[in-house]
Design a protein around this ligand. Structure first.
Ligand SMILES: O=C(CO)[C@@H](O)[C@H](O)COP(=O)(O)O
Ligand SMILES: [Fe+2]
Length: 232
């Protein structure tokens, strides 16, 4: 299968109605989401607490495509097998979450998943350099992880561009996450990101009963990103 470098929109269900998670996953996919982004937080690595592998497993049957799990937890390794059993396609762990990120990435692949490496805003692109052949995705956080609805950190775009250069022709996605909307998506794509996570900008104003709003929001973010690719 050829590597897909086209723009992909991955709604973060952190901004969805947690009482209706299955319906929310079906609704965003029906409305054009490419991947479903699942945020796992432990109130230790980040100051917020969300869901774990049990809920990921429960929503899996409601997702036809890619379940993209972003773990903001430390340690990661004890839960890798559980996320594989939950049906995770891509498991993304933070470079800052422990001393042995290379071992974690190897364990993720050994468990049958694609391996993602997340970098906090304050972590330089160089942290990824020794790991480029051990990852399928690099996530450049464009907010400090922990919450939806935060303001986009513009300086991270220089890091995205640096990562794109470092990756060269390797089949590695660059994902951006945090503050992505119609105003920021173009610059993120122009800098080299191909997977755009958006939570509040997708779910704002909609519901599974008014899912066309999700479709309109996803389409608007995708158009803004694609327009960014055609500029200069
Ligand atoms: O990982 C995280 C936050 O830590 C994200 O996936 C957020 O859910 C993005 O939310 P918005 O900034 O798009 O509202
Ligand atoms: Fe995330």
């Amino acid at each position: 299968m050829t590597f897909d470098r086209t723009i992909k929109i991955a709604p973060s269900i952190l901004s969805s109605d947690f009482a209706r998670l299955g319906e929310e996953c079906r609704a965003i996919e029906a409305q054009g989401a490419d991947w479903v982004h699942v945020d796992v937080m432990d109130n230790h690595f980040v100051p917020n607490l969300t869901i774990g592998p049990g809920v990921a497993k429960a929503i899996r049957p409601h997702i036809k495509g890619v379940m993209d799990v972003h773990v903001m937890i430390a340690p990661v390794d004890p839960l890798i097998e559980a996320f594989a059993e939950a049906g995770t396609d891509i498991l993304t762990a933070h470079a800052e979450a422990g001393p042995h990120i290379h071992r974690t990435l190897q364990a993720i692949r050994a468990a049958g998943m694609k391996a993602g490496l997340a970098l906090n805003p304050g972590t330089p692109a160089e942290a990824a350099a020794p790991l480029l052949d051990s990852v399928d995705l690099i996530l450049a956080m464009t907010v400090n992880p922990g919450f939806g609805g935060q303001a986009f950190l513009e300086p991270v775009l220089d890091k995205v561009a640096a990562l794109r250069g470092m990756i060269g022709d390797r089949p590695v996605h660059i994902q951006v996450d945090g503050g992505i909307d119609t105003r920021t998506a173009g610059r993120a794509a122009a800098s080299g990101a191909d997977v755009l996570v958006a939570g509040s900008a997708v779910f704002r104003g909609g519901s599974p009963d008014a899912a066309q709003v999700y479709g309109d929001n996803i389409a608007a973010i995708r158009s803004a990103a694609e327009a960014g690719l055609t500029v200069g």
